[in-house]
Design a protein around this ligand. Structure first.
Ligand code: ADP
Ligand code: MG
Length: 328
């Protein structure tokens, strides 16, 4: 399912003294099957934009077109659209309400009027897709689960609708780093299992950069950039910093190294990608021994790797380089 937005503008409380333009003249196109990361500070308009994608709110100006279905300020009948575009809202676990995990995940399919058999099949598949064992958890109350597990149940409930487009609004918000990694891993797997267009929002760049094919960067309601993560980092690293968004730590390091004449690639996203460059430069006699760098976690990792390589120099080959797997 493709998504096109043309001059999309959304104004809260329009005409009131305190009206607020949350989305400001945004145009873009997302192709079917794409994996898109929507990045921006709190208040930049991500959630407002996301709510347009399944017609939950309608544009104040402009229009959005989903697989040829146009939503503008006066569109009617969005039921069909909502079946095809599934949204996992921020802190979706607060919307769990059934007595058991099974009933909660099966709620949407049941409302579609599907057979018991089909509902059960979908619940099992969805639970498996989010890494929850069916037999172990089906009879649990969602409220007895951990925060991360609740969120998985909420995601499974949307997956059970078999949407063609899956939207996740800050799916890792409020989770610890371990829980965050698990959710990102899960999303990556969903993409492999189901044939879906995925859009997820986050205010953390580091996580998203390795995951998605396309980044959309929002700032104060405007869409400032839309491109592959690599191109964005290569062409707009400066601007990203200016609007206060972090860039991947590896890229930060690469920029500092280049500033000091150590030539490493400037669009790096994983350590593996600049490791060879650094090793090559080291051989030329340039050292990576600056106190300032020690503050960067990835730099420590690089140093560890380099030390490993020093003890076993001949083993520097391609196998060791790309462990992190970009766009795996
Ligand atoms: P994000 O998801 O990027 O944090 P939002 O879309 O939630 O951004 O908010 C964009 C802007 O719109 C913010 O300035 C926010 O305060 C404002 N806003 C969001 N929801 C409402 C609302 N229901 N009424 C009025 N203003 C709102
Ligand atoms: Mg939001």
């Amino acid at each position: 399912m493709s998504i096109k937005a043309r001059n999309l503008t959304y104004i809260y409380d329009e005409g009131m003294p305190f009206e607020h333009k949350a989305v400001d003249d945004v145009s873009f196109e997302i192709e079917s099957g794409d994996f898109v990361g929507l990045i921006g500070h709190t208040g930049s308009g991500k959630s407002t934009l996301i709510q347009h994608l399944n017609g939950l709110i309608r544009p104040s100006r402009g229009e959005i077109e989903i697989n040829g279905f146009k939503i503008s300020s006066d569109s009617q009948n969005l039921t069909e659209l909502r079946k095809r575009v599934g949204v996992v809202f921020q802190y979706a676990e607060y919307q769990l309400f059934e007595e058991t995990v099974e009933k909660d995940i099966g709620y949407g399919p049941k409302n579609l009027g599907l057979s018991e058999e089909e509902i059960n099949k979908r619940v099992r598949e969805s639970m498996e897709a989010v890494g929850l064992d069916y037999d172990k958890y089906k009879d649990n109350s969602p409220f007895e689960l951990s925060g991360g597990q609740k969120r998985r149940v909420a995601i499974a409930g949307v997956i059970a609708m078999r949407p063609e487009v899956l939207i996740l609004d800050e799916p890792t918000a409020g989770l610890d780093p371990g829980g965050r990694d698990e959710i990102f891993e899960l999303i990556k797997n969903l993409r492999k299992t189901f044939d879906m267009t995925i859009v997820l929002s986050s205010h953390s760049m580091d996580d998203m950069a390795k995951l998605v094919n396309t980044l959309m960067v929002m700032n104060k309601g405007r869409l400032e950039m839309m491109d592959t993560p690599r191109n964005i980092f290569k062409n707009h690293a400066h601007r990203l910093r200016e609007i206060g968004l972090d860039i991947p730590q590896v890229l930060e390091l690469a920029i500092k190294l280049r500033d000091r004449g150590i030539m490493v690639r400037e669009d790096a996203i994983t350590i593996g990608e600049i490791k060879e460059d650094i090793l090559r430069e080291l051989k030329k006699g340039k050292v990576l021994d600056n106190k300032e760098f020690d503050n960067i976690e990835d730099n420590r990792k690089i140093k560890d790797e380099i030390n490993k390589d020093k003890t076993d120099k001949d083993e520097i080959d391609n196998n060791g380089v790309d462990k992190e797997g970009y766009h795996a």
